[in-house]
Each structure stands twice: as C-alpha cells, then as structure tokens.
Design a protein around this ligand. Structure first.
Ligand code: HEM
Length: 144
C-alpha cells in the first residue's frame, strides 16, 4: 500500500507540472499572436514556448501517463465496474490530444506562420479547464 501511495503522490506531482504548462502555453500564444513576426518580442516568445513544451510539459505528461497506468493496472483498469476510470481515461486522452495540438501551434509560431487571432487562443485556453474538472472529480469522487 505504501508504494501505491508513493506512486499516486508522484502521479499527482507530474499532473500539476503538466497542467501548469497546459494552462500557461496558450496564454503565451495570446500575447505572441499580437506581436509582429521577426520582432525581438516574437523571438523571445518562441524560446519561452519551446522550453515550456520540451523541458516541462512533455516530460511531465510522459511521467503522468506511466504512473497513471501503473496505478490503473494496480486498480484493475479492466474491471467492468471501474466506469470512473474508463471515462477518466477518455478525458485524459482528450487532454493528450489537446497537448499535441499545442505542440503543433509551437511549430507554427516558430515558423512565423500563425494566422489565428489572440481571441482564438483565449477560447482555446478554456478547453483544458473543462477536461481537468471532469478528470479530478472522477479520480477523487469516483461517482460511478
Ligand atoms: C495519463 C493518464 C492517467 C491515468 C491512467 C490515471 C489513472 C489514475 C488512477 C488509477 C488513480 C488512482 C485512483 C485511486 O487510487 O483512488 C489516479 C489518481 C489520481 N489521478 Fe490520475 N490518471 C491519469 C491522468 C490524470 C490527470 C491528467 C489528472 C488531472 C488533471 C489526474 C488526476 C488524478 C488525481 C487527482 C488522483 C488522486 C485521486 C485520489 O487519490 O482520490 N490523473 N489516476
């Protein structure tokens, strides 16, 4: 049980760093979309976006998945009555697809090819809030 709790604690730490990046990166896009391509400010945003993605978001997502799957197999992921875990899994896959879309946006900004407005990125920033609410309630309350 002790090792299970250690794994769960590390799972939650990895999630916190992953979510910090998931919420911060679109904020950078909001301001980056309002700067002129090639300007010093735009070049600084490129460095910040790349480092946030590569040094924080990617590693913490991978650790969250590895530890989450370890917990899930211990918990009995295929148990028919673990419906909370199955729905959580789907929402986390949604969060992972969202992460990959942000990674694609980093590449688009790096190539000075962004055509989307700051408003688009403000709305985009709301998506993970809804996913995170569902995931945490399912993980803690386990309503079904
Ligand atoms: C990446 C794939 C993930 C898998 C396979 C997974 C699976 C699990 C499992 C099996 C548990 C143990 C539940 C228990 O012991 O009661 C757990 C705990 C937890 N997970 Fe995840 N999880 C994943 C991602 C996430 C994400 C992205 C979040 C939040 C945004 C999250 C939030 C939590 C929380 C808050 C707990 C602690 C629940 C408690 O102790 O009551 N998980 N996870």
């Amino acid at each position: 049980m002790d090792s299970y709790l250690w794994v769960k604690a590390l799972h939650i730490i990895a999630i916190i760093t992953w979510m910090a990046g998931i919420f911060y990166l679109p904020r950078l896009f909001v301001y980056h979309a309002e700067t002129e391509s090639g300007s010093d400010q735009s070049e600084t945003f490129k460095i910040m976006e790349r480092r946030l993605l590569k040094a924080i978001m990617n590693p913490s997502m991978i650790v969250a998945w590895i530890l989450g799957l370890a917990l899930a197999f211990h918990f009995g992921i295929w148990e028919p009555d673990a419906i909370w875990l199955h729905i959580k899994f789907l929402l986390v896959i949604g969060m992972t697809i969202y992460h990959m879309y942000l990674a694609k946006c980093v590449k688009v900004f790096a190539a000075d090819n962004n055509e989307k407005t700051h408003k688009f990125y403000r709305v985009l920033n709301e998506v993970p809030t809804l996913l995170m609410l569902g995931i945490v309630i399912l993980a803690v309350v386990k309503p079904f």
